[in-house]
Design a protein around this ligand. Structure first.
Ligand SMILES: Nc1ncnc2c1ncn2[C@@H]1O[C@H](COP(=O)(O)OP(=O)(O)OP(=O)(O)O)[C@@H](O)[C@H]1O
Ligand SMILES: [Mg+2]
Length: 467
């Protein structure tokens, strides 16, 4: 998982924020419920104190304290209902005090005598030694004559409901966090889908299809602006690319005629018998450079035409094996000059479709390299066969080989392995890029494998003719 990614950080922030909000809400809920429960207990104790006052304490003048005590015990049975009841005469004796509740949940002896308060009702909390809390409501009652009484009614705070809530929150919170995270992940993925679509489309755009554009979703947001900006950038690139291609095409085209004239003039000059030997030598050197220059211009011109989509001018069905055999025979003269043998293994007809002249150029370029980069006495092998519905053409040599770090670049324009070493061999570094352009236009793959000082193998994989 990429923790630095935008989606991960967005999801992490979103989950943290929502979890914090949930925890806060749970805490507020807990506090609110505990306050509500306490308030409930207080109110029920106040009601009980009022009942005691109204039902029999009001008549204490006539009935006497022991009657009141007896009534309190008989009617409210605080010990049985686990309650606390105490009736005290102000500045006088305790008229009635309930005993130990039957469940032994608290000891009434732990409840202190509270100092007198001026208000009619007051509330007290008694923290008991067993950790529980007793809520007591005290009611001041002014009886007959000037005698006042305090009626205290108490009950334990029951934490069961709060505990239940805490349990539910403890289970609910992790579940909520999981749902938030999964939901957030789905939302983030959906939100980023258009970005992925744009990325995929952008990856498909290469120098060959710069006229294509990215999808623009008309949402009026940043994504729409991003895709429009990218499309404008691609349009500018397209323009620049077209301009540079046009420049190369025009320049190479314009250079061909003066170069041909120059070559012809130099040839005539060299053939002049009366020419001073030193001038002839210089003219010959100039002639050789002009030939080299003409070759480069021709190659550039070929490339510019291939770029313009003229790789399949003459589309036909033909036997690749036959084409390879004839080409190898034609090139064998060049190989013989270097004492190199060319063995051609292309017995079976392998019919493909394409521009035969262009594909012949591929074979020529590969054989030319194999001969050029193989020492005298070496061997070059040409194989043509069928495999998995494809035509395979391989040119193998036992020459100088290509270092592994240079191998991925050999099909680039003007790339030559190791400039110092390349000085021994003539060339501009365009032969393989021409071969690659032709292959791409035919839906073919061209790849190279090589072991330095052992040899190289170039393989072209071309679709077989369907008919
Ligand atoms: N069979 C081979 N053996 C060793 N190195 C090779 C072979 N084929 C190509 N290379 C290396 O790849 C480079 C590019 O080859 P490419 O054919 O494009 O250019 P070039 O042969 O140098 O010049 P050009 O073909 O334009 O005359 C070469 O310079 C050479 O270093
Ligand atoms: Mg070459």
């Amino acid at each position: 998982m990429n923790t630095r990614s935008f989606s991960f950080r967005l999801l992490a922030w979103y989950t943290c924020l929502l979890t914090c909000i949930f925890v806060l809400l749970c805490a507020l809920l807990y506090l609110d419920l505990s306050r509500f429960l306490e308030h409930n207990v207080e109110q029920s104790q106040v009601r009980r104190a009022h009942q005691i006052t109204d039902t029999f304490l009001a008549t204490i003048g006539k009935t006497g304290p022991s009657y009141v005590a007896g009534q309190a015990k008989a009617l409210y049975e605080p010990e049985i209902s686990d309650r606390f009841v105490r009736i005290t005469q102000a500045n006088g004796p305790i008229i009635y005090a309930s005993g130990m509740p039957k469940d032994g949940s608290f000891d009434p002896a732990e409840v202190p005598a509270f100092p007198p308060v001026s208000s009619r009702e007051s509330f007290h909390r008694v923290k008991l030694s067993n950790g529980k809390t007793l809520v007591i409501a005290a009611l001041n009652y002014h009886g007959p004559g000037k005698t006042s009484y305090v009626v205290e009614s108490g009950a334990l705070l029951d934490p069961a409901e709060l505990n239940h809530l805490v349990l539910q929150l403890l289970i609910g919170l992790p579940v909520a966090v999981v749902i938030i995270t999964v939901g957030g992940y789905i939302l983030v993925r959906r939100a980023l889908t258009p970005v992925e679509r744009i990325t995929r489309a952008a990856e498909q755009i290469t120098q060959h299809n710069l006229s294509e554009r990215l999808p623009v979703s008309r949402t009026g947001d940043e994504l729409e602006r991003l895709s429009i900006s990218l499309n404008r950038m691609i349009a500018r690139l397209d323009d620049a690319f077209q301009n540079s291609k046009r420049f190369v095409a025009d320049a190479s085209h314009e250079l061909r005629t003066p170069l041909t004239i120059l070559r012809g003039e130099l040839e005539t000059l060299i053939e002049n018998a009366r020419l001073d030997p030193e001038v002839r030598e210089r003219a010959t050197s100039m002639f050789e450079e002009t030939v080299r220059l003409t070759r480069i211009v021709e190659q550039l011109f070929t490339l510019s035409r291939l770029d313009a989509g003229e790789a399949q001018a003459e589309w036909s069905r033909f036997d690749l094996a036959g084409l390879a055999k004839t080409t190898a025979e034609q090139m064998s003269l060049l190989a013989e000059d270097k004492n190199i043998t060319i063995a051609c293994d292309a017995g079976q007809a392998v019919v493909v479709e394409g521009d035969a002249a262009r594909l012949k150029q591929v074979v020529v370029n590969l054989l030319d390299n194999a001969i050029k980069y193989t020492q005298s006495g070496g061997a070059v092998q040409l194989h043509v066969r069928r495999a998995n519905g494809h035509a395979i053409l391989e040119v193998e040599d036992n020459g100088v080989g290509i270092p592994s770090e240079a191998l991925p670049h050999v099909f680039e324009r003007f790339y030559r392995v190791d400039q110092i070493r390349s000085g021994e061999f003539e060339g501009a570094g365009l032969g393989l890029s021409i071969a690659k352009s032709i292959c791409s236009a035919h839906g073919a793959e061209i790849e190279a494998t090589s072991v330095p000082r052992k040899g190289s193998c170039f393989r072209v994989t071309l679709p077989l003719s369907k008919n």
